[in-house]
Design a protein around this ligand. Sequence first.
Ligand SMILES: Cc1cc2nc3c(=O)[nH]c(=O)nc-3n(C[C@H](O)[C@H](O)[C@H](O)COP(=O)(O)OP(=O)(O)OC[C@H]3O[C@@H](n4cnc5c(N)ncnc54)[C@H](O)[C@@H]3O)c2cc1C
Length: 409
Amino acid sequence: MSTEGTYDLAVVGAGIVGLAVARELLTRRPGLRLAVIDKEPAVGAHQTGHNSGVIHAGIYYQPGSLKARLCVEGAAALFDYCEQREIALDRCGKVIVALHERELGRLEELERRGRANGVPGLRRVDAAGLRELEPHAAGVAALHSPNTAIVDFPAVARALADDVRAAGGELLLGTEIVSAERRAGGAGLLLRGADGRETVARRAVFCAGLWADRVARAAGADADPRIVPFRGQYLTLAPAARSLVRGLIYPVPDPALPFLGVHLTKHVSGEVWAGPSALLVGARDAYAIGRVRPDDLRETLAWPGTWKVMARYWRSGLDELRLAASRRAFAAACAEYVPALQASDLLPGQAGVRAQAVSRDGRLVDDFVFSQSPDALHVRNAPSPAATSALAIAGLVADRAQEALGLDR
Ligand SMILES: Cc1cc2nc3c(=O)[nH]c(=O)nc-3n(C[C@H](O)[C@H](O)[C@H](O)COP(=O)(O)OP(=O)(O)OC[C@H]3O[C@@H](n4cnc5c(N)ncnc54)[C@H](O)[C@@H]3O)c2cc1C
């Protein structure tokens, strides 16, 4: 018998990953008493609502990694889902541009990876071919991915939330989970809210994005890896400058870094964004650059891995500071790819904060990471392209929830 606040499964986090997991499990197990719990009053309030809006094709990722597989599968599933739910998307395509001959080796490696990952339609183009695709872009060569697309991820999250409700799931919004204790006698978990409300669930799946490590620890899981917040600032192109960009223009990324570099991204709204930068910040919700939360800062600085990352990447850190401090520097970075762009074409835009998992020994954890604690599964690292991959991640988490958590019993 279900009493109020008692569920078979609680999914903590109503970002795109948590919602996709909830929908998948309700599809597989109709009648499951399921609640999705989020601390914010609306779904998709953090990374899901503050990203570049790109459905990645799966080019960048190490063949054989979870990212490689789940991105390719997730993108295909998302195309179908958006068609089914009539969510606007635009297969505008993307070019990854080599500015100099010295980048050609890395461009080749990306092409090799993309092919190994099964990315459809990849094609190398020379400078003239690049200009046919993006008449205002400069570069010696590019990799063209015609199947990279753009979508409104918050709209996807809202559609998934509607599906969850329609399948009988509940959304408990405005409820921050601060602890998750196992109840005596194997009677599941007691999830305590910051407001004192309690929810009982036989099992839980935690998909808390920027707070993934904190809720994992609250449920008795390992502290490693820690989430370190990296703020990404965007600028938007003034309407008159939008025609300088047709689709998506990306640099050849630095293979040592987990971020893709400042890119120019068309949006489904018609806007064109430049960014995001990647600056280590003092709050997990540092949408305003000056926001510092003492607990967040303390956790970042007390983590041994943070210092190792800073020691290793201080040079890129300084570059990012320069981008954060100067619109002129930001414009100059963009103008390398689209020389006609000027600082006056760039207007203030929104910001997002990336949940970057950092291991105790100072690795920027690249692949998706899932772990388990008694009665619970944890999505510990779901950075980009997790929005693209959400429907495939949901399949994998649902498999594990059915096996490891015994949801079928
Ligand atoms: C700047 C930026 C650009 C990106 N660009 C892209 C892109 O173009 N394409 C792409 O595929 N991916 C992109 N990503 C990555 C993508 O946005 C994320 O990988 C994805 O949104 C992760 O989804 P999530 O559901 O795991 O996390 P989130 O969307 O962050 O959701 C986590 C949820 O958990 C909730 N929560 C946390 N703690 C608690 C608690 N204690 N109690 C209750 N609720 C809690 C939060 O409120 C939040 O709603 C980008 C990310 C950023 C930041």
